[in-house]
Design a protein around this ligand. Structure first.
Ligand code: NAD
Length: 354
């Protein structure tokens, strides 16, 4: 029997932990990974020369210039090793290069991180940790509130938003939700109430974002919507940075309208996240100001980062690329229609819209 030659795949923005999980998963299905620590960009795209597919992450640049270059090099597939796909220019891809993603790896990983941010902020764990390490055992200023009986607003009730809502149920939170494609059967079963966004902003003590970044959701939290929120609201964002107008968030924090913010994503994160800049500092005054607030916790896009999620991401990405290379149906494809509407491919592909 003749063995098929391995399929070369250029893996961008590859950290050592990516290699650890991706290398065995890729080799197991006949793919040959070439790991590049550089992010994909017009300047680095030539590293993909000779590859049949590229494997990319949340902050790689998949704008028109990069797509044109990839198509010119006969790269036929973009395999996102993440769920979000806002960094891809689907107009440029349409009919020229296909795109797959990992729609679900562990919604629990992201949901649990969102809840971790909320609990840490509310009970000021980050401040207590610093104090006790310094033999300061005072609890002044560490007052929190009971979650029980408060109202949480969940924006986006897909895989992650639903897990968050179910965890919140255990805390005894009243749960409001907004989603343009509501899952009413699930809501009835779990006691979640779908409401218009205006009501969610006005009544929530905690607001957590789990919708994709689309033209409709860019800046969904902005000066106008912050003005409609309860004084002291806790805002959690593990979705995408551009869901929040950060300058408006800063104003909200300064005025006290926003009581605390837990951010795993930031609108300019491409320039900073996943890098150690502790020796150079950062030149982003907005991010620098955000880090000065005692009631803000920023994590650098780590919500997905659990063993289970990394294993699932590696397996699904490998399967996606293998299926494409064998001309099999791409069950995890993403297309122009998904990008325009925020609707998962599975939900519309059957109707032929792509
Ligand atoms: P999903 O596709 O299962 O769910 C997204 C939900 O958002 C869907 O129910 C959709 O109908 C809804 N939606 C679409 N437009 C909306 C709008 N205008 N307002 C409110 N809801 C809207 O996706 P998921 O797996 O739950 O992931 C959600 C998002 O979380 C992803 O798009 C990604 O950006 C982000 N994410 C972040 C991390 C991280 O590590 N921080 C990891 C995975 C995903």
């Amino acid at each position: 029997m003749v063995r098929e030659p391995p399929i070369p795949v250029a893996v961008f923005d590859a950290q050592n932990y990516d290699e650890e999980f991706l290398a065995p998963a890729f080799r197991a299905v006949g793919l040959e990974p070439h790991f590049h620590s550089a992010r994909l960009s017009p300047a680095t795209v030539k590293l993909a020369d000779g590859a049949r597919a590229v494997c990319v992450f949340v902050n790689d640049d998949l704008g028109r210039a990069v797509i044109d270059a990839l198509v010119g090099m006969n790269v036929g597939l973009i395999a996102l090793r993440c769920a979000g796909f806002n960094n891809v220019d689907f107009e440029a891809c349409h009919g020229r290069i296909r795109v797959v993603r990992v729609p679900a790896y562990s919604p629990h990983a992201v949901a649990e991180h969102a809840v971790a941010l909320l609990l840490a902020l509310n009970r000021k764990i980050h401040r207590a940790w610093l104090r006790t390490r310094d033999n300061n055992f005072s609890i002044h200023g560490l007052l929190g509130f009971d979650l029980f009986g408060k109202t949480a607003g969940i924006v986006g009730t897909g895989k992650i938003g639903r897990v968050v809502a179910e965890i919140f149920q255990g805390f005894g939170l009243r749960r409001l939700a907004y989603d343009p494609f509501p899952d009413t059967a699930w809501a009835a079963r779990t006691g979640v109430e779908y409401v218009p966004l205006e009501k969610l902003w006005a009544e929530s003590d905690i607001i957590t974002l789990h919708c994709p970044l689309t033209p409709e959701t860019v800046g969904i939290i902005n000066a106008k919507t912050i003005a409609q929120m309860k004084r002291g609201v806790v805002v959690i964002n593990t979705g995408r940075g551009r869901l929040i107008d950060t300058r408006a968030l800063l104003h909200g924090l300064k005025s006290g309208r926003i009581g605390a913010a837990g951010l795993d994503v930031y609108e300019e994160e491409e320039r900073y996240f996943f890098r150690d800049l502790s020796l150079t500092g950062i030149d982003d005054d907005v991010l620098a100001r955000l880090t000065t607030f005692p009631n803000v916790i920023i994590t650098a896009h780590q919500a997905f980062f659990t063993q289970e999620a990394m294993t699932a991401i590696a397996r699904t990405t490998a399967k996606n690329i293998r299926a494409w290379s064998h001309g099999e149906p791409l069950v995890h494809e993403v297309c122009l229609h998904c990008a325009r509407t925020g609707q998962p491919h599975e939900a519309h592909a059957v109707s032929g819209a792509s």
